[in-house]
Design a protein around this ligand. Sequence first.
Ligand code: AMP
Ligand code: GLY
Length: 426
Amino acid sequence: MNILVIGSGGREHSILKKLSESKKVSRLYCLPGNAGTSELAENIGSQFMAQDKLIEFVKNNSIDLTVIGPEQPLIEGYADRFIKEGLNVFGPESKAAVIEGSKAFSKDLMHKYNIPTANYKNFTDYDQAKEYLSKQTVPIVIKVSGIAAGKGAIVCLTREEAEKTLKSMMVDKEFGEAGDEVVIEEFLTGEEASIFAVSDGNYYKILPTAQDHKAIFDGDKGPNTGGMGSYSPAPIINDELMEDIQKSIIAPTFDAMKSENRTYKGVLFVGLMITGEGPKVIEYNCRFGDPETQVILPKYDGDLAELLMEAATSKFTGNEILPAKNEHYLCLVLASGGYPSSYVKGYTIDGLDRRDENTSVIHAGTKVENEKIVTSGGRVLGIVSRGNTLKEAKERSYNFADQIKFKDKYCRNDIGDKGINRYDNK
Ligand code: AMP
Ligand code: GLY
């Protein structure tokens, strides 16, 4: 198989790494990719391609499968075009990708089909939203309905913060059009976990579970980011809970999408809060998570090329929990100081030539400039280690990360601790 992966982050580097381990793969391409993907695939172009040009490339280079990494092209309908051209694509059509593209849609879907989630109300009118907000208690969560790179959900601890947040979204348009509609929802307490279910339109297969670390500072403090680290498995999800999640969330979500004539094919990423009342959906995403992919794919004990091709061509024969390796995986994100606000790019990265059989370096915001690898994004690298325990994986990633140097390098110091405490207290 010749496979093209669209995207340029750690997620895409991880997908290519796993694909490169498949005996079924002959050539790999990445559009546009980063400095890491260029070691496994041919990076084509330095930017995104318009649909016509992309389809032409896919046809001319006998690409058997295109995997669309990020949400934006899915929401814009890139998969629809592939399907129209009779080309194999992994990723949902735009009418199904709306499950991430519009939080207002996904909340209404969950409400209609009794899928557990936080109580909420959607608003397109600022005055009505303000009026509603004045009657709510804090903490409360306010989210832009549209996509905002993981940064559009604000947990407001005080009334003042809530009022300020609502205004910034709906009046000052801090998130642009994404804030034309907002969701105001109940604050849930519990522990978060990420579930990834690959669907072929008829059946689903569940990949290993993961836990993300969304906030920028230790102890889950500060603004949300795309994700500062992850580990797999998520120890909070035991077999019994997974059974419950399938019955109350995964199966009903795919059924609901089918009933709405929005059959979902691709990976559905469900962000969960495990509350005292059971698992509730925090959000859906129409693609793999970043940095969750960096840990769930090495943990998955199977052939990714085969899995994604079977999903794209509707070859599943039943629902299944996919096999997983026994080891623990942890990804530590090294970011540019200043992220998720403003930061400087273009710093040289040193220490990348080190090799270790238990650790791999996944590139996110990197590029080659004057034959050197330099920083080119907020999240720069993911240091992914395996261990017999989560603690061992954590130690390996942190030790390795010490050797990697770039100006203003920033990482959290507590990636994995929540999981490690859970194992220690068992
Ligand atoms: P989202 O973009 O919807 O995934 O939200 C980003 C993050 O905000 C989540 O991972 C949670 O940490 C937090 N969050 C979102 N919604 C809620 C909620 N209803 N209750 C508590 N925390 C939430
Ligand atoms: N790590 C969360 C996301 O990919 O949206």
